[in-house]
Design a protein. Structure first.
Length: 212
């Protein structure tokens, strides 16, 4: 297994890069998707979230009301800390389980983690940063995801800065241009990824501890 992290700010197009890598044969472990998986109706995580934040965070079918939860936590640092304390360990355990399934393979395994800069993970062989200017992030969030500008800027500000992400990068993908501009970069990235050494088959992943 070759194990590399992938990150980028909200609106950077990280998912596009991830999909291009998957098309080349990479195994993508998507932290956002895993978060949704561990928050399925009836899951221990969802039960704990309802106990901590109230039944209003649950829909009638027992699923998570994501916007209701977001409205609670993103204006209250203590509530956000409590949310992270519930969700992050469960996501980390599930991501580790999926990594362990891959460790005897020769696959390129990409940990797609939006907050990798904020919560670094040990044992990675490299870190890919999908980079765009902040104004491009804002434009994309407003145009394609329906954010108002103030909300877009607030969400960007809550993440690591562009400079902080770039300082951790072993490979930078510039996603500020047209989609066709990505392909040569993805080719170079794939060549780099497949040149990395294989991890030992007994590799043991370590769950990162969120910063407090």
């Amino acid at each position: 297994m070759i194990l590399v992290g992938l990150t980028g700010g909200i609106g950077s197009g990280k998912s596009t890069v991830s999909a291009r890598l998957a098309a080349r044969g990479a195994v993508i472990l998507d932290a956002d998707a895993i978060t949704r998986d561990v928050q399925m109706p009836g899951s221990p995580v969802l039960i704990e979230l309802a106990e901590r934040f109230g039944p209003e965070v649950l829909a009638a079918d027992g699923s998570l009301q994501r916007q209701a939860l977001a409205d609670i936590v993103f204006t209250d640092p203590e509530a956000l800390k409590a949310l992270n304390a519930i969700v992050h360990p469960a996501v980390g355990r599930e991501m580790n389980r999926r990594m362990i399934e891959q460790r005897t393979t020769t696959n390129v395994v990409i940990l797609d983690i939006p907050l990798l800069t904020e919560n670094p993970r040990e044992g990675l062989q490299g870190r890919i940063v999908v980079d765009v200017p902040v104004e491009t992030q804002v434009e994309r969030l407003v145009k394609h995801r329906g954010f108002d500008e103030a909300d877009a800027r607030a969400r960007i500000a809550r993440q690591a800065s562009r400079d902080e992400r770039l300082a951790t990068a072993d490979f930078v993908v510039d996603n500020s241009g047209a989609p066709e501009d990505l392909e040569p970069q993805i080719d170079r990235l794939w060549n780099w990824l497949t040149s990395l050494p294989q991890l030992p088959a007994d590799y043991e992943p370590v769950t990162p501890k969120p910063k407090t």
